[in-house]
Design a protein around this ligand. Structure first.
Ligand SMILES: NC(=O)c1ccc[n+]([C@@H]2O[C@H](COP(=O)([O-])OP(=O)(O)OC[C@H]3O[C@@H](n4cnc5c(N)ncnc54)[C@H](OP(=O)(O)O)[C@@H]3O)[C@@H](O)[C@H]2O)c1
Length: 253
């Protein structure tokens, strides 16, 4: 059976992806950081579409915990599905913090680095022995890293990490190709999630201007992005690797 592990699936894009992957008949291991209750909601949503999910805690900023986490993943695979391998891995967990370059502290820069770049790098490395040959990896990047879309002041640190993840994706695609493992990333545009301290709920006035800059006339929903990630994990995308695929409804077209 196909099993995908999705980090940061207690909310937003990870949660949407878990449901979309389950709809396609895949078992799901979802991870959460602070919100176990929300991860259990993801498990419920997966079960509602006929799937099976297990929720595990993981702070992607704490690489020293990864060996224990890998052991928990092995155990979940064996006990829940009688499997030994993952067919999919989605490095999605993340948070956003905006500050101008002159106001960004070393601690802020380090925490973004640990969660958005070092975490996916070392977690992928730790999980690679469990990823089946012919499997697929998808990393969640961001349109914030794309110069073509116009830059917003305040995202230098966040976007630099996402840009690093785009480059890491390309190298992983090259290095894992001999095992038939495809590696791509998805760059969401503005998507209604709880990112940035639930910014779209606390500042709903930002939605309309973003929708106005989007060709399809609205901001994204988690499911919009989840479907693209599920596609890249699937056999339908068997000829796609090393790509950063924008899922933004045509932002700044
Ligand atoms: N929403 C957008 O507009 C947008 C645009 C471009 C890119 N993205 C990217 O999409 C990804 C998902 O974000 P989202 O928009 O879905 O936001 P979200 O609703 O806030 O979800 C973030 C998820 O990441 C988890 N997480 C946060 N810090 C973590 C840590 N240190 N270790 C492990 N997990 C952690 C959260 O877990 P808990 O809730 O359990 O703490 C949650 O499951 C992020 O990488 C983000 O940068 C989002």
């Amino acid at each position: 059976m196909d099993i995908t592990l999705i980090t940061g699936a207690s909310s937003g894009i990870g949660q949407g992806t878990a449901v979309e992957v389950a709809r396609r008949g895949c078992g799901v291991i979802v991870t959460y950081n602070a919100r176990r209750d929300r991860a259990l909601q993801t498990v419920d949503q997966v079960e509602q579409v006929g799937g099976t999910a297990v929720a595990l805690p993981l702070d992607t900023g704490r690489a020293e915990t990864f060996p224990d986490f890998v052991a928990q993943v092995r155990q979940a695979l064996a006990e829940t599905w009688d499997e030994r391998r993952l067919t999919g891995l989605v490095n999605n967990a993340g948070f956003a913090r905006a500050a101008l370059v002159e106001d960004t502290t070393e601690d802020q820069l380090d925490s973004l680095y640990r969660v958005l770049l070092k975490g996916p790098y070392l977690l992928t490395q730790a999980l690679l022995p469990l990823v089946a040959d012919g499997g697929a990896i998808v990393n969640t990047t961001s349109t914030a890293a794309s110069h073509r879309l116009g830059l917003e002041p305040g995202y230098s640190a966040y976007a630099a990490m996402k840009g690093g993840l785009v480059v890491m994706t390309r190298y992983l695609a090259k290095e894992l190709a001999p095992r038939g493992i495809r590696v791509n990333s998805v760059a969401p545009g503005a998507t209604r999630t709880s990112l940035g301290g639930d910014a779209f709920t606390t500042h709903p006035e930002v939605i309309e201007p973003l929708a106005a800059r989007t060709a399809l006339g609205r901001i994204g929903e988690s499911q919009d992005v989840g479907r693209v990630i599920a596609f890249l994990l699937s056999e339908e995308a068997a000829w796609v690797t090393g790509q950063d695929v924008e899922a933004s409804g045509g932002f700044n077209l």
